[in-house]
Design a protein around this ligand. Structure first.
Ligand SMILES: Nc1ncnc2c1ncn2[C@@H]1O[C@H](COP(=O)(O)OP(=O)(O)O)[C@@H](O)[C@H]1O
Ligand SMILES: [Mg+2]
Length: 146
């Protein structure tokens, strides 16, 4: 199944993400797919709001992972853009955040394609397609269902 949602502003995308965060079961691993500027970090901001996280969500481009524990569930926000391989991610100790038997909140990953193989089979793939400056199509697809 694929759920398609069209948004018409940054606020609109945050609102979709906020509602999704409140509706999902946990733990959950989410892969955010989309070009630079598509809205992956914006989506994560809305998602954090849905978990009642009050912190300012910033892109973890340089830190690779930002951790937020002040909400109703922990949120681990990854940006794998600067990583070259799965091995590099595992050396940094990120494996546990993608193990559904150990994770207790949400791991959200931008550029998971750079660390191919790190995602558990069961995850949510969210693709953000840029239609024009203000419009996006958001596709939500559960992966790994039997
Ligand atoms: N409908 C929309 N949804 C999300 N972002 C939007 C939308 N319309 C315009 N934008 C803008 O697109 C940019 C998305 O940036 P960002 O979330 O950092 O993207 P990414 O993390 O995918 O590189 C922001 O400047 C945001 O204001
Ligand atoms: Mg980003």
């Amino acid at each position: 199944m694929k759920l398609k949602i069209k948004t018409i502003s940054e606020q609109d995308t945050m609102s979709v993400a906020e509602k999704l965060a409140k509706s999902l079961g946990y733990p959950v691993v989410i892969s955010l797919v989309g070009d630079l500027g598509a809205g992956k970090t914006t989506f994560t901001k809305g998602f954090a709001k849905g978990l009642n996280i009050k912190d300012n969500i910033t892109s973890p481009t340089f830190t690779i992972m930002n951790e937020y524990k002040s909400g109703v569930k922990p949120l681990y926000h990854f940006d794998m853009y600067r990583l070259a391989s799965l091995e590099e991610a595992l050396e940094l100790g990120f494996g546990e955040y993608f193990d559904l038997t150990k994770l207790s909140g949400a791991s959200i990953v931008e550029w998971a394609e750079n660390t191919k193989g790190i995602l558990p089979e069961r995850h949510l793939e969210i693709t953000i397609n840029k239609i024009n400056d203000n419009e996006r199509e958001i596709d939500v697809e559960p992966k790994g269902l039997v």
